[in-house]
Structure formats: structure tokens, C-alpha cells
Design a protein around this ligand. Structure first.
Ligand code: NAI
Length: 551
């Protein structure tokens, strides 16, 4: 008997036998030392492997020992990416065995180091690079990808990565890592995921001068030219991979907002920096409000930082308030913004259209603590990149005005957080309901131990991806993200809440993502967004489609 394997599942035109060294070099089909004696004979592998036949579990044990012996997380990242290049099943088996441990290695914060060094640690391309040289031929180029059933493309220009600024083609680590989390957290089958680096050049002089830099050594194009390139790309994706969802990630802020506004009602797409961030912030707020028994529509919210994250969160809160019966105008009136030039109010001449709707009549102010005394917010959200801005007077003012102030310091990395968990809990005397953009260690105040929550987008986007994978919606609406936020909040049980946690436990990530995905898929069916037949039992139906890493 001859075993025939399909190369990466591309069945139509390149069914071929993978044998011998070619089989060992194919990460999708390679089992390494787990090939059985019979398979070794059938597939021309005899002599190419050590004699011992191992189980997947034994292979996992060896990988974990290798990882334990590595001195840094960047080394672990490099090792894991190498493993994914050799044996995809083993890679996901390892990662899915303990996602809470491996997510910080595959993604934030280690991926930031990996991106900085990307040209230097590069081993092998793990996605596609689209450049302006391919203008007019993007569909043809996309057809070079060996898979036909691509259901998600995560695409980045590398224009604004995790607080690193414009890192151009080094940003490829981001779409790779983000899509690996679809599988690691929510068991979305990896074959349907395609990372794309939309290389438009970089404004980063140091990178352009680095001999090992792998991207285009050009300045980014004008907005008009960029938009033309993106327009072609979006159409090419639909042509080559019908029904594929485009996940925009880490584009420059203004490009991100403009492109999302242009495409979100036209094609299946979303932007995790904008919508995912907004959704996870709303999830934390929803939990905090459930803890104090207050309604969202009754809150006064002050944003410190009015950039893409701040505006995105504010807009989603407005929509959530509207869904609870408030008019859009009334919802806008409950939110104020404060940026690098102070409180956003009508006399300011530097406001964008998306900021103007939050410019309410108020005296100009450049003093945050004073603005808090005047506006009396119940919720303070930091998305400013200004580390330490929530100083003692700010936290104390929030605590004086509110029995349980809700304070989110979402800027990252850690040195940019508006305050630390320790500061928030100490200065508020344990009253604050706190979340951060980074994971702070637990804090003890007056004998009580608090576990600060991290508003990490992985509570939302893998679940949203899984729901999209199964329900195949025509569009992803902001309301889908609100459904995901509510599902996340509903999974924070009383025990976690008592410890100050505003997000679900990380001990059962897959379970949590499947629960959220079930709720989002249900919402997609209810709203008529899904394009497949509604199953009798949505959860069971989703569970039957989960990827399991096994040979
Ligand atoms: P951005 O650059 O678009 O906006 C920054 C905003 O902060 C601008 O409105 C700016 O005027 C304001 N700002 C800067 N310095 C200030 C100062 N000294 N005082 C008052 N306001 C000041 O950045 P973006 O994309 O909105 O991100 C902001 C922060 O949020 C970043 O640190 C980012 O890491 C973080 N973030 C956190 C997420 C999470 O926790 N899940 C997700 C997305 C972003």
C-alpha cells in the first residue's frame, strides 16, 4: 500500500506523494520520530530517523525540556517558531497544552523583541509579502499560496507595532503570532490562516540602513497611493479566497481608522487594534459594573488619550449604551476625552471629526486632576502612552468622588502604563476596580490580595475568529464585538471578582473562547449575518469543528 498525502491540503491540482526527506521537510505532515515502523517502510523513511518510535506525548516532553533550558523568552520564541517550521502538529500540541504559558512567548510581550530582531532571527518565510511592485498582479501573487481554503488573512504594514512605532517588514512577526493565537486559544484550524505583511516601505531610517533588514528600503507611499494598493488587495483577496476575513493589525493609526471605516460594511473584515481593544475594554468595564451593580448608561467616562485606541473604545461604549436604550447624542454626552493638549472641548481647533463628537461645553483645562474634580467621572481610562500620568492626586480624586472608582491604565509596555496596579490599589485604599494593558503581579493592600486583570485582546479576537470560522458571516459588525464583551464578562465568576479580576480565568482558555464564540455565533445567526444553516446546538456544532493537534 502506498500512502498518498496532499501537500498542505491543496487537493485540486497538486496531489502528490510526500515521501522520504520531502515528507520530513513538510511541517504539516511531518511526524518526526512518531512515524510508525510501518509508515517508515511505506514512506521511504527508513534510516532517515532514529530507531525509537515515539508518541506525541513523548515528543512534547522533549520540547518542553528544550524550552525550559532556554535562557530567555526570545530564545524560546525562536525555538518554537523553528518547531512550527518542522512539525506543526507538535508545535500546536505543545502550545495548546499550556496556552497561558506560551501566549506571552508567541505574542505580547516577547513578540516585540522578536519583531525588533526579525531580520536577524529570520529562518524561513511563514506567510506572504505583498509590495507595491505587485500592483495590478496581487490576485496572481496570492494564488502562489498553496492553500485554497484561506479563511483569515491577518495583514499588517508594520506601521505601528506594540509601542515600537514603524518597524516595516519586521512587523511580520505580528500577523504570524496573531494567527497562531487563533489556533492556540480557540482551536481554529491552522491550514485556513494566512499571515500577510503589506510591505509599503518604512519611515524607520535605522531599519532601512540595516544590511539584514528584509523589507523594502523605501519611504511609505502617499495616503492616496496606499489606498489604491489596499483597494486592489481587498478585491484580490475576495477573488482568490472567497469569504475570507481580513484582519487588519498594527497599521498606522490614521490608516487603520480610515480603512476600517471604508471596508467594514463592504467586506468581511475587522481591525483588532480598534475593535478588539474596544471590546476587551468594554468586557472589563461590564464586569466592573456588574461588581458594583451599576448600569453602563449611568456612567460618566473620561478618557486620558484620544488616539485610535481611545476613540475606538469610546465609540464602542456609545454603541453599547445605544443598545441599552440611550440616544447617540446622550451617549456621546456621557464621555469626555483628554489628550496631549488637554481636555477636548469646542474651543479647540485641532480636533478630528471623530474627536469633535466628544467635545462638550467645558472650560479648557490641561490639568487632569482638576478636570476630574470638574467632570466627576465614574470611570477613567488611560490610553495615552504617558507612563505615570495617573499619579496619586489623580487616583485619590477618583476615589474621593466614587465609592468604587473604575480605573483602567491600558497603555503599554509597562513603563507607559498610566499607573501600576500597586499604585491604583494603594492610593485608592483597595477601592479601585483596576485593569491594565500589561500583566501586573498581584498586590496586597491592608491584608487583601488583588489580582489585577490584563485587558488582553486574546479574550476576544480568537473567539470572534472561531465564530466567524463556523458561522461564515457576510460582515462582522461592532455589535458582534459587544456580544463578545458581554460573553467575556459573564464568565468572570464570583471568586475571581472577589479578587479584583475583571476578565475570565486563563486556566481554561479554550473553554472560555469556545463559550464566547458560541455566544457570538448565536448573535450572528440572530442578526441574519451568518451564511450557513443554523445548527440545533451551536456549542456542540462548534466543538465538532475544533482543530485538535494529533497525528
Ligand atoms: P495614539 O498615538 O493613536 O494615541 C495616543 C493619544 O494619547 C493621543 O490622543 C495623544 O494626544 C494622547 N497623549 C499622548 N501623550 C499624552 C500626554 N502626555 N497627556 C495626555 N494625552 C497624551 O495611540 P493608541 O493607538 O491610541 O494607543 C495608546 C496606548 O494604548 C498605547 O500605549 C497602546 O499600547 C495602548 N493600547 C492598549 C491596548 C490594550 O490594552 N488591549 C490595545 C491598544 C492600545
Amino acid at each position: 500500500m502506498t500512502t498518498t498525502l496532499h501537500s498542505r491540503g491543496r487537493k485540486s491540482d497538486s496531489v502528490r506523494e510526500l515521501r522520504g526527506v520531502a515528507l520530513l521537510g513538510d511541517p504539516v505532515h511531518n511526524k518526526g520520530t512518531a512515524f510508525t515502523s510501518e509508515e517508515r517502510v511505506e514512506l521511504g523513511l527508513e534510516g532517515l530517523l532514529p530507531p525509537s518510535v515515539e508518541s506525541l506525548e513523548r515528543q512534547v516532553e522533549r520540547v518542553r525540556r528544550h524550552l525550559d533550558a532556554k535562557p530567555t523568552d526570545l530564545e524560546r520564541y525562536i525555538y518554537l517558531i523553528g518547531l512550527a517550521d518542522r512539525n506543526q502538529t507538535l508545535f500546536y500540541r505543545v502550545v495548546m497544552s499550556d496556552p497561558a504559558r506560551f501566549i506571552p512567548i508567541l505574542y505580547d510581550p516577547t513578540v516585540a523583541d522578536a519583531c525588533l530582531a526579525f531580520g536577524h532571527i529570520f529562518r524561513r518565510a511563514r506567510g506572504m509579502y505583498i509590495t507595491r511592485a505587485m500592483k495590478g498582479r496581487m490576485a496572481e501573487v496570492l494564488r502562489n499560496w498553496p492553500e485554497r481554503d484561506v479563511r483569515f488573512i491577518c495583514v499588517s504594514t508594520g506601521g505601528r507595532i506594540l509601542g515600537l512605532g514603524d518597524i516595516g517588514a519586521n512587523g511580520m512577526g505580528i500577523p504570524i503570532g496573531k494567527l497562531q493565537l487563533y489556533t492556540a486559544c480557540a482551536a481554529v484550524p491552522p491550514a485556513c490562516l494566512l499571515p500577510v505583511l503589506f510591505d509599503i516601505g518604512t519611515s524607520n531610517d535605522a531599519l532601512r540602513a540595516d544590511p539584514l533588514y528584509l523589507g523594502l528600503r523605501e519611504q511609505p507611499p502617499s495616503e492616496g497611493e496606499l489606498d489604491e494598493l489596499v483597494e486592489e488587495f481587498i478585491h484580490a483577496v475576495q477573488q482568490v479566497f472567497p469569504g475570507c476575513c481580513v484582519h487588519f493589525e498594527d497599521w498606522k493609526g490614521t490608516d487603520a481608522l480610515r480603512l476600517l471605516a471604508r471596508y467594514k460594511d463592504k467586506v468581511l473584515c475587522y481591525n483588532d487594534d480598534i475593535q478588539g481593544t474596544a471590546s476587551v475594554a468594554l468586557a472589563g468595564l461590564t464586569t466592573a459594573l456588574q461588581i458594583i451593580g451599576a448600569s453602563l448608561t449611568a456612567q460618566r467616562i473620561l478618557f486620558f488619550g484620544a488616539g485610535s485606541a481611545g476613540i475606538g473604545i469610546a465609540n464602542m461604549i456609545v454603541l453599547a449604551m445605544q443598545m441599552k436604550g440611550l440616544s447617540q447624542e446622550a451617549a456621546h454626552s456621557r464621555i469626555s476625552l483628554f489628550d496631549i493638549n488637554g481636555l477636548i472641548e469646542p474651543s479647540r481647533s485641532d480636533l478630528s471629526a471623530s474627536q469633535k463628537v466628544y467635545a462638550h461645553r467645558a472650560a479648557p483645562s490641561e490639568d487632569l486632576a482638576k478636570t476630574i474634580e470638574t467632570l466627576k467621572p465614574t470611570i477613567l481610562i488611560g490610553v495615552s502612552t504617558k507612563g505615570g500620568a495617573f499619579n496619586q492626586p489623580v487616583v485619590e480624586a477618583m476615589s474621593r468622588l466614587n465609592e468604587r472608582p473604575i480605573i483602567f491604565a491600558l497603555s503599554n509596555p509597562t513603563d507607559k502604563a498610566e499607573c501600576s496596579a500597586e499604585q491604583a490599589y494603594t492610593w485608592s485604599k483597595g477601592k479601585a476596580l483596576f485593569a491594565a494593558g500589561v500583566q501586573f503581579p498581584e498586590v496586597s493592600v491592608n491584608g487583601q490580595t488583588f489580582h489585577p486583570g490584563q485587558a488582553n485582546n486574546f479574550y476576544i479576537f480568537p473567539a470572534l475568529g472561531l465564530a466567524t470560522y463556523v458561522a461564515r458571516p457576510a460582515r462582522i459588525t461592532d455589535e458582534c464585538f459587544i456580544a463578545a464583551a458581554q460573553a467575556s464578562a459573564d464568565q468572570v465568576g464570583p471568586e475571581l471578582r472577589a479578587r479584583g479580576m475583571l476578565f475570565p480565568s486563563q486556566s481554561e482558555i479554550l473553554e472560555m473562547e469556545v463559550t464566547t464564540a458560541s455566544r457570538v455565533a448565536e448573535f450572528m445567526f440572530d442578526q441574519g449575518l451568518a451564511t450557513v444553516k443554523r445548527p440545533a446546538d451551536i456549542r456542540e456544532w462548534i466543538e465538532s469543528q475544533l482543530y485538535t493537534p494529533r497525528y
